[in-house]
Ligand binder design. Structure first.
Ligand SMILES: Cc1ncc(COP(=O)(O)O)c(C=O)c1O
Length: 378
């Protein structure tokens, strides 16, 4: 039965709302500069990537070939030989973080997971779900982990195989935990590298750092054991998604043979979205490496513009190196609500995602923040 007139009207109204607000976002890391029109025809199919893209699957409508290419792309980006890695397209950064923590817990079942106060809220949930012992570590003012507190908490725990959850771009301040420094401090504390695990949460910055000239350490060659990246953030996607990548030998430990699907199960969910691998594959093939670099360079330029402009008005705005997240003092509720900003304690942030082709939205926000500070004349 076709939809009723009322229901059709409801959909039409929502369509108009989406069109009007397509580029509203300056407070969250979701980019809106994508065009997946050529993939719309696949919406008529029930595509399901249940299982491992590397194996035969009885369910014919899968997009495994595309998923494999996506994972191959990221293995190269994060500097791990493809044949030594395994990963998959997730529902987003949270699932990828859960996957990394799950692998670490299976490797070191009685260990503690250490994460900083600036870590995304989902990690506290993940440690609850996975029942991993955990300790929260202090953060530095710029959002990086407090390295001394991390090492002293690890030492005090007596853990032989600590699990370190490293932020490669925090949610609020875009801060990067220095995984080189962490490894140096761990070595000085007497830990051999193979005796502890580092998961990197690169939800947003995972698609920034590979494209800048002087990135902080973020790859497997730099020392991570697994990584999670969101697809709907820097890349941009109409459906939340992401990728997670890990060392194959660690993934093999959790792999279970399932007769019902005639394949191995090694992912967090059973049925998996078959459309999102297509979206990511499209996005990764849409830009050349050089074009992606230019797209990122534009976002970073806009971020620096924002910092400079705020400062011209005496407002203490700042950003971390290679970050498109500009932090500034939280304005009044009227202003942050008007601009749909994310706020955290005394801070708000603006994220210069790729759909900001010009500075108009940024200028509008800054003008409102400035007006908000000026004393009201009675
Ligand atoms: C640093 C960080 N990690 C994890 C997440 C969760 O990612 P997702 O929303 O894709 O699940 C976010 C989301 O904002 C994030 O900023």
């Amino acid at each position: 039965m076709p939809l009723s007139i009322d229901n059709q009207n409801k959909l039409d109204a929502f369509w108009a709302h989406c069109v009007k607000n397509q580029y509203f976002n300056i407070g969250y890391p979701e980019s809106a500069d994508f065009d997946y029109g050529s993939l719309e025809r696949f919406m008529r199919f029930s595509i399901n990537n249940c299982g491992d893209w590397g194996e035969y699957c009885n369910y014919l409508l899968n997009s495994f070939d595309f998923e494999k290419e996506v994972i191959k792309y990221f293995a190269q980006l994060y500097r791990i030989p493809f044949e030594e890695s395994w990963g998959y397209v997730t529902n987003g950064g949270t699932e990828g973080n859960m996957f990394g923590c799950y692998l670490a817990r299976e490797l070191y079942p009685d260990s503690t997971l250490f994460y900083s106060k600036d870590t995304h809220y989902s990690v506290a949930k993940i440690v609850k779900l996975l029942r991993i012992k955990s300790q929260v570590v202090e953060s530095l003012p710029n959002g990086e982990v407090d390295y001394q507190d991390l090492i002293s908490k690890i030492k005090r725990s007596g853990d032989e195989h600590p699990i370190i959850f490293a932020n490669l771009g925090t949610t609020v301040k875009g801060a990067m935990d220095d995984i080189k420094k962490i490894q140096e401090l761990m070595a000085a504390a007497g830990f051999a590298r193979q005796d502890y695990y580092i998961h990197g949460d690169a939800a947003l910055s995972g698609m920034i750092l590979p494209f800048v000239d002087n990135p902080q350490a973020f790859t497997f060659a730099d020392g991570i054991d697994s990584i999670s990246v969101s697809g709907h953030k820097m890349i941009g996607s109409p459906i939340p998604c992401g990728i997670t990548l890990a060392k194959k030998k660690n993934v093999d430990m959790i792999s279970v043979e399932i007769d019902y699907i005639a394949a191995h199960d090694k992912t967090i969910t059973g049925s998996r979205n078959g459309h999102t691998p297509l979206l990511l594959w499209h996005a990764l093939n849409y830009y050349t490496f050089e074009e992606q670099k230019q797209r990122i360079a534009h976002c970073l330029k806009m971020a620096q513009y924002t910092v400079d402009r705020f400062k011209q008005f005496g407002i203490d705005a700042w950003r971390n190196k290679n970050s498109i997240t500009v932090v500034f003092p939280c304005p009044t509720e009227r202003v942050w609500k008007k601009h749909c900003l994310a706020t955290s304690g005394k801070y708000a942030h603006l994220i210069t995602t790729a759909h900001h082709l010009d500075t108009s939205k940024i200028d509008e926000l800054i003008a409102d923040v400035v007006a908000d500070m000026e004393p009201v004349v009675a």
